[in-house]
Every structure is written in structure tokens, then in C-alpha cells.
Design a protein around this ligand. Structure first.
Ligand SMILES: Cc1cc2nc3c(=O)[nH]c(=O)nc-3n(C[C@H](O)[C@H](O)[C@H](O)COP(=O)(O)OP(=O)(O)OC[C@H]3O[C@@H](n4cnc5c(N)ncnc54)[C@H](O)[C@@H]3O)c2cc1C
Length: 439
């Protein structure tokens, strides 16, 4: 269900709604909405910093990490690509180091298998050099350029003109890492409510504007509510909807882009041992179809980027009318489509005829043929898009309006490499909660 500003204000003054709701689940200093890796890492960080605080995570699904966190490439990124000076660039390199320390401490299966970014022609070699300089500016650890003749030392079956080698890039199951964060959080006394879909906020009857109490009610679709002093939303594919409920502006909106993967058949897994990436097209925020070994031994090829017809649209068959209507009313989407009509259609065609994607991949591993792959899983990216149709590439935080809205901090955009950066994002948000809410 989508709410707008007027609905929130109505809820804010509606005492009867609090009476109507049947079940109170408790009273908290801070409620984190969204049980993905950003919400869980931040709740854990807040509990580490403030063991005395009562904190809860609420998640609409029956398990944590069911969306982006559980449907991604599983790469531990080293931070090469991102604009120097951006929050994204800083948090990725910081998050990389924090992640490795955490994975070792908790004995979570991961592999530091490195990554090659491979240029296939002169133009790409030029872009590769720019990318390398960017990586150096971002303090990516130990990256180096690899000449054509030496490529096979890093990946025997890979062909190309030149490459960047990033030894710190690794692989892990980010869904599993998220569950470890949640476990730490619970061990420190935090509460987690599954099957709790937040659909609205209201002022509690007893607070009557007294902010020392817990003035915010967070209502769920399941007819339960929680009271809180402050709320943080980390709702991924639904982040804009929650922001609008507290009086934030409509922009940036979330546009869902599905990323589909192909799987290398078992007898072809030996073709790939490291992450192999193309040189990304600088006009897009996506990294291009790449080869990614998984911790369980599978090799994934992907993801592509096609407009999904539902926010949680994991296949072409998933169509959500409300999501489509919202997209149809969003001018930013038309502008985006106009700008990227050719590459957008190209991605859609490749999604249907996956043999075309294999042809692209065979530039890197020439022996690869369509019969070596089968269709694999998919994920949906929460791509933030502004009213002018620009893809928003960095983190976006927002606070609502009015007495209650100002007590709600929204993480509106936590794009890739949000999983790699999650522990650093958690620190960043916790610092922000300290400044904004005096925690
Ligand atoms: C295809 C793909 C590949 C990627 N590859 C990588 C990679 O290799 N490495 C990397 O570092 N990053 C990668 N990313 C990015 C990374 O997965 C995301 O940045 C990260 O998972 C974002 O986490 P999140 O917690 O913000 O969102 P999510 O994981 O989507 O979590 C948001 C949660 O909020 C819940 N929620 C939403 N609305 C409500 C509500 N109203 N009430 C209660 N709960 C609600 C949802 O159910 C969901 O569980 C990839 C992403 C995709 C999609």
C-alpha cells in the first residue's frame, strides 16, 4: 500500500487509529525498518555503541535478507570504480577492510580470489587507464596494470588487450553475513520482528507532543504497532515510499532494475577461477556482465540490467499493477528511457535471447558457447532516479517534515557496493543518528 504526505499527516493527528490497532509489540528508543544488510549492520553498530538502548528491527518478509542482500553477485568490492571523494568511494574501501576482519573473526566462508577488469580494444584501454587512476585515488589496495602477455598468469583462459588486477576483491554470501549481523544484534539484546510490514506512522496518544516519551507509532499491515522515540528506514526497493509517508519529497524515486544471471554448467566451471569484469560503460552505474565464482563453486555470468515490472519482479512474469502505475506517473522514468532507449532495448533483447549475452562473454573466454550455460537466478536493484531522469549514484539520506517526520531518518539510496560497504555505512549512519537525534 502506498501512502503520501497527506496520509501521514492524517495519521499524525488520528488518535482513533492507535485505538483501532490491536497489538502493541513494544516500546523502543530506535526502530530500524528493513532487515537487509544495511538495516541489520546499522542496528548492530548502534547496539555496540549504546548497549543500554532498546532497539528493534522490523522486516516485512518472513526472513531477513530476502531482497537485494540475498540476490546479488556476492562480490567483496575493492572500490575501484567510484567517483573519488564520493561517500560511495570512501565507504567501499573502508567497508572492504572491515568486512574481511569480520569474516575472519566469525569464520564465515569467503575467498579472496581477486578480480581482473579486462579491456578488449584501444578505446577500452584508454578507459582502463582512467579507471586505474581512479582506483589509486580511492586508495584501492594493491591494484596493478597487467599487460596482454601476462593475462594468462592470472586467468589461463582469459583474453584481452590489457587489464587491472585487484588482489583484494573477494567473494562471500552477503545474505549469510547479514544473518550474522542480526545474530550479533540479538545477542546484545536487540529485537527482530519478521512479518511486520510498516505501512504508516502516527503520534502516540500518551505522548501529546512530549518528546521524552516515545511519540512515534509504527503501524504494520499485520495490524500490529510499535512505539519509538526515533526511526531509521533502510527499506531498499521501498525506501522512497517510506520517505514519502513522513513528508519527504517524491524524488528520488526507486525504479527497479532486474539483473539476471546465467550459470556455467558444472563441467565448464574450470574455465573461470577469478572475477572477470568488462571495462564499464562510464554512462551507466552498472558494472556490466561479469564472470563471478560463488563460494559454493558455481560460476555466475551477469547481471544484465532490465526494467522490472514490479519492485520485487524477479522474472518477466512478475508484474505488479500498482508498481507499474506509479512508474507510469513518474516523469523521471520517461526522461531516463529517452536517454537510454538504445542500450535499454539492447538489454531487454539480450535478456530474452541469452545467447547474445554469451557472445559478449566469449570476448573474455573465447571457448565459451551458449550450450555451456543455463539460465540462473536474478536480483532486483533499487535504482534511485531523480525527476530529471538522472540515475542517482551515491547514498541519499532524507528526514521527514513536522514534529514526527523529523524523528525519522531515511536511507533512500544504498546502491552497489552496498553489501561490501555495509559495516562502514553502519558507522556513517550511526554518526548521523548521533548528530541528528543526539544518540
Ligand atoms: C543484482 C545485484 C547485484 C549486486 N552485487 C553486489 C555485489 O556483488 N557486491 C556488493 O557489495 N553489493 C552488490 N549489490 C548491492 C547490494 O546488494 C545492496 O546495495 C544491498 O544489499 C542493499 O541493502 P539494503 O539493506 O539497503 O536493501 P535490501 O537488502 O533490499 O533490504 C531492504 C529490506 O527492507 C524490507 N522492507 C522494505 N519495505 C519494508 C516495510 N515497509 N516494512 C518492513 N520491511 C520493509 C525488505 O523486505 C528488505 O528485506 C548488488 C545488488 C543487486 C540487486
Amino acid at each position: 500500500m502506498a501512502f503520501n504526505k497527506s496520509h501521514f499527516l492524517k495519521l499524525g493527528s488520528s488518535l482513533s487509529l492507535a485505538k483501532m490497532s490491536t497489538d502493541s509489540c513494544g516500546v523502543y528508543d530506535l526502530i530500524v525498518i528493513g532487515g537487509g544488510i544495511v538495516g541489520c549492520a546499522t542496528a548492530r553498530e548502534m547496539k555496540c555503541r549504546h548497549p543500554e538502548l532498546k532497539i528493534a528491527i522490523v522486516e516485512k518478509e518472513n526472513a531477513l535478507a530476502k531482497h537485494q542482500t540475498g540476490h546479488n553477485s556476492g562480490v567483496i568490492h575493492a572500490g575501484i570504480y567510484y567517483k573519488p571523494g564520493s561517500i560511495k568511494a570512501k565507504l567501499c574501501v573502508e567497508g572492504l577492510k572491515l568486512s574481511y576482519d569480520y569474516l575472519c573473526e566469525k569464520n564465515i566462508c569467503h575467498k579472496k580470489i581477486g578480480k581482473l577488469i579486462v579491456a578488449q580494444n584501444c578505446d577500452q584501454v584508454r578507459l582502463l587507464h582512467e579507471l586505474y587512476e581512479r582506483g589509486l585515488q580511492n586508495n584501492c589496495p594493491e591494484i596493478k596494470l597487467v599487460e596482454k602477455d601476462c593475462l594468462s598468469t592470472y586467468e589461463p583462459n582469459c583474453k584481452g588487450e590489457k587489464a587491472i588486477w585487484s588482489p583484494w576483491t573477494g567473494i562471500v554470501d552477503w545474505g549469510l553475513v547479514c544473518k550474522h549481523f542480526a545474530e550479533d544484534f540479538q545477542k546484545m539484546g536487540g529485537d527482530i520482528f519478521l512479518n511486520f510490514e510498516a505501512i504508516g506512522f502516527a503520534e502516540t496518544i500518551e505522548s501529546k507532543g512530549n518528546c521524552d516519551l516515545t511519540p512515534i507509532c509504527v503501524y504494520s499491515k499485520q495490524n500490529k504497532y510499535l512505539n519509538a522515540k526515533y526511526v531509521l528506514t533502510c527499506a531498499g526497493l521501498h525506501s522512497d515510499r517510506l520517505a514519502v509517508m513522513t513528508g519527504c519529497g517524491l524524488s528520488p524515486r526507486i525504479v527497479p532494475f532486474r539483473g539476471e544471471y546465467l550459470l556455467l554448467k558444472d563441467d565448464k566451471r574450470c574455465l573461470v577461477s577469478t572475477n572477470i569484469y568488462p571495462v564499464p560503460d562510464p554512462r551507466f552505474p552498472f558494472l556490466g556482465v561479469h564472470f563471478t565464482p560463488r563460494v559454493n563453486g558455481d560460476i555466475w555470468l551477469g547481471p544484465n540490467a532490465v526494467l522490472a515490472l514490479a519492485r520485487e519482479g524477479y522474472s518477466w512474469r512478475d508484474v505488479n499493477i500498482q508498481d507499474c502505475l506509479e512508474m507510469a506517473k513518474f516523469p523521471g522514468l520517461y526522461k531516463l528511457c529517452f536517454k537510454y532507449i538504445a542500450p535499454g532495448l539492447n538489454e531487454a533483447v539480450k535478456s530474452i535471447f541469452y545467447q547474445l549475452s554469451v557472445k559478449e562473454c566469449a570476448k573474455f573466454i573465447p571457448s565459451l558457447t551458449p550450450k555451456d550455460v543455463k539460465r540462473g537466478p536474478s536480483g532486483v536493484r533499487a535504482q534511485a532516479v531523480d525527476n530529471d531522469g538522472n540515475l542517482v549514484d551515491d547514498f541519499v539520506f532524507d528526514t521527514g517534515s513536522g514534529a514526527l517526520g523529523q524523528r525519522v531518518l531515511h536511507c533512500r539510496n544504498a546502491p552497489s557496493p552496498g553489501a561490501t560497504s555495509s559495516m562502514a555505512i553502519a558507522k556513517y549512519i550511526s554518526d548521523k543518528l548521533k548528530t541528528d537525534f543526539k544518540f
